[in-house]
Design a protein around this ligand. Structure first.
Ligand code: AHR
Length: 499
C-alpha cells in the first residue's frame, strides 16, 4: 500500500487557530433567510418565525461568527428598511439577486437569531449605493448606549442595550462588475479610508475589514489590493479575501487538486499585504478576513426571479465536493498565522451546509461534516508538518499530493487531531512521526466516504453521506499509523499524554 508520512513536533507551529476561523455567512439571497432560517408558519417556527429545526442543526456547528446581511445584497441595501414595526417596512426589489425583499427580517431579527445560535455578528455596510452617513448611522444604532437619534430609535424598537458589534466589513466585492455601484480601487480605497476613520472615531473598539479582490481570477487582482491597502492600511484591521472552488473540467483528480489554487491565492494576498507594509514602512501586520469561501456547483433547482425566498444556487453537494471542501478547510488551517476570520458561504440553502424545503424538512448537506469536525477538533495550535506524500499529475496540475493533511494540537486538552483528505482512488497508509509525544494513545478515527463520488443527501435520505468510525490507528511510542480509505475525509485523534 502507498504511504504518506508526516513529521510533527510540538515546537514547530504555524500558530494558534483564531476562534473566528469557524464562521459562516447568511445573506438576503434566495432562500437563505426566507424559507431558510426564517419561515413563520413552518411547523417548527418559534414565536419570531425562526425555524427550530434549522436552528438545532446550526447550533451543532458551534459557529463563532456569522456575517450579515451580504454579500452583493448589501451594496444596494437600506438597513433602516429592516427595523421598526414590521407592518411599516417597505417591500422593495433587490437588484443584486432580482428578488422581492419584504424586509420582514432585518437587523434586530438577525441579532435575536444569532444570540440563539450563540455566535458573534459581523456586519457589512453598504459602500455601493450608500456611504459614510449610512454606515455611521448603523453603527450608532447598534453600538451607542442611548441619548442619540439612532440609539434611541433602537430602544424604541424594543432593544434597550447596545449590541456592541465588534467587526464591520467596509462593503463587499466592490471590484466586481456584478456589484451594484462598483468602484475603482482608487475610489474604493478613498471611501474605505474615510468610512473607517468616521466609524472608529465614533467607536474606537470596533475593527474593520477592507474589501480585497473578489477572486484570484479577476484581472485587477492583486493590484486592487495594493491600491486599496495603500489608502487604508493604518485604519483597517483586515483585508477580505473570497474564494469559491467550482469543478471546471469533468475530471475528478483535477477538481480535487483545486484547493492548491486557494493556497496560492492566500499566499498572493499575503504578499500584497506585506508589500504595502514595506512600502509604508509600517510595523503593522495585515491579517486576512476570509469572509467568503466554499465549493460551488451548478444548482439543482432553477431560480425564479422576483420572488421572496425562491431557492437560488440551491445545491446538494456530492461526495467529491466534500473532499474539496475538506481540503479548503485544511488550507485555511495551514495559514492560521495570517487568517483570523473565515466565513463559509452560505450557511443555509444556496451552496450551504444545511438545506431546507419550504414548509418541510431541514437536513445536512454532506459538507456539514468536515466543517463540524474542524470546528469541534480544530481548536488549538496548528503544527507545521513535514509531509511526504505520493503525488499525481493532471492536465492542469502537477505534483499534487495525494494526501492533504493538517494537524492541530490542543495543549490544554492534551489532544492532537490529524485531519487528512485522501485524494486518490487507492487506500494510503498515513504514517505519523510524533517524536515529541512519546506517551501518545489513540482516541478516535472519523471518516466520511461513499462508494459513489456523485452521492448526495436528500430530505428522504439525509444520511446517505454521514461520518462513520474509521479503522483506527496503531500506536507505537511516538509513532502512529492509520489507513486512509480511497477518496475519504479523515480525522484521526490522539491523546498526547497518558491519562
Ligand atoms: O454566493 C454569495 C455571493 O458570492 C455573495 O453575495 C458575493 O459576495 C459573492 O460573489
Amino acid at each position: 500500500m502507498k504511504q504518506a508520512t508526516i513529521i510533527l513536533s510540538r515546537d514547530f507551529t504555524v500558530g494558534p487557530v483564531s476562534d473566528r476561523m469557524f464562521g459562516s455567512f447568511v445573506e438576503h439571497m434566495g432562500s437563505v433567510i426566507y424559507n431558510g432560517i426564517y419561515e413563520p408558519g413552518h411547523p417548527t417556527a418559534d414565536a419570531d418565525g425562526f425555524r427550530r429545526d434549522v436552528l438545532e442543526l446550526v447550533r451543532e456547528l458551534n459557529l463563532s461568527v456569522i456575517r450579515y446581511p451580504g454579500g452583493n445584497f448589501t451594496s444596494s441595501y437600506r438597513w433602516e428598511d429592516g427595523v421598526g414595526p414590521k407592518e411599516l417596512r417597505p417591500v422593495r426589489p433587490d437588484p443584486a439577486w432580482k428578488q422581492i425583499e419584504t424586509n420582514q427580517f432585518g437587523l434586530n431579527e438577525f441579532m435575536k437569531w444569532i444570540r440563539l445560535v450563540g455566535a458573534e455578528p459581523i456586519l457589512t455596510v453598504n459602500l455601493g449605493t450608500r456611504g459614510i452617513d449610512a454606515a455611521r448611522d448603523l453603527l450608532e444604532y447598534c453600538n451607542f448606549a442611548g441619548g442619540t437619534y439612532w440609539s434611541d430609535m433602537r430602544k424604541s424598537h424594543g432593544v434597550p442595550e447596545p449590541y456592541r458589534v465588534r467587526t464591520w466589513c467596509l462593503g463587499n466585492e466592490l471590484d466586481g462588475e456584478w456589484q451594484v455601484a462598483r468602484k475603482t480601487a482608487e475610489q474604493y480605497g478613498q471611501l474605505a479610508l474615510e468610512t473607517a476613520k468616521v466609524m472608529k472615531w465614533l467607536d474606537p473598539d470596533i475593527e474593520v475589514v477592507a474589501v480585497g479582490s473578489s477572486s484570484r481570477q479577476i484581472s485587477t487582482f492583486p493590484e486592487w489590493d495594493r491600491i486599496v491597502l495603500e489608502h487604508v492600511y493604518e485604519w483597517a484591521d483586515y483585508l477580505s479575501i473570497h474564494h469559491y472552488i467550482g469543478k471546471r473540467e469533468n475530471d475528478t483528480p483535477t477538481y480535487l487538486a483545486m484547493p492548491l489554487e486557494m493556497e496560492r491565492h492566500i499566499e498572493e494576498a499575503i504578499a500584497a499585504c506585506d508589500y504595502v507594509k514595506g512600502l509604508l514602512r509600517s510595523n503593522k501586520v495585515m491579517y486576512l478576513s476570509f469572509d467568503e469561501w466554499n465549493v460551488w456547483r451548478e444548482p439543482d433547482v432553477p431560480y425564479t426571479p422576483w420572488q421572496t425566498g425562491s431557492p437560488y444556487d440551491w445545491v446538494r453537494f456530492r461526495m467529491e465536493d466534500v473532499l474539496v471542501f475538506g481540503s479548503a478547510m485544511l488550507t485555511l488551517l495551514r495559514r492560521a498565522d495570517r487568517i483570523r476570520i473565515a466565513c463559509q458561504s452560505l450557511l443555509v440553502n444556496t451552496i450551504p451546509l444545511i438545506l431546507t424545503e419550504k414548509g418541510g424538512k431541514a437536513w445536512r448537506n454532506p459538507t456539514f461534516y468536515p466543517f463540524l469536525h474542524v470546528s469541534r477538533y480544530g481548536r488549538g495550535v496548528v503544527l507545521r508538518g513535514l509531509v511526504d506524500s505520493p503525488r499525481y499529475d493532471t492536465k492542469t496540475y502537477t505534483d499534487v499530493p495525494v494526501v492533504d493533511p493538517a494537524a492541530v494540537w490542543n495543549p490544554e486538552m492534551e489532544e492532537l487531531s490529524v485531519f487528512a483528505v485522501n485524494r486518490g482512488e487507492e487506500p494510503v497508509v498515513l504514517a505519523l512521526d510524533l517524536r515529541d509525544f512519546p506517551q501518545l494513545s489513540f482516541l478516535e478515527h472519523h471518516v466520511v466516504k461513499h462508494e459513489r463520488l456523485d452521492a448526495f443527501n436528500t430530505a428522504e435520505r439525509p444520511d446517505e453521506i454521514a461520518p462513520r468510525r474509521g479503522a483506527g490507528a496503531r500506536v507505537d511510542g511516538g509513532r502512529a499509523e492509520a489507513v486512509l480509505d480511497p477518496y475519504s475525509w479523515n480525522v484521526v485523534r490522539f491523546r498526547t499524554r497518558r491519562a
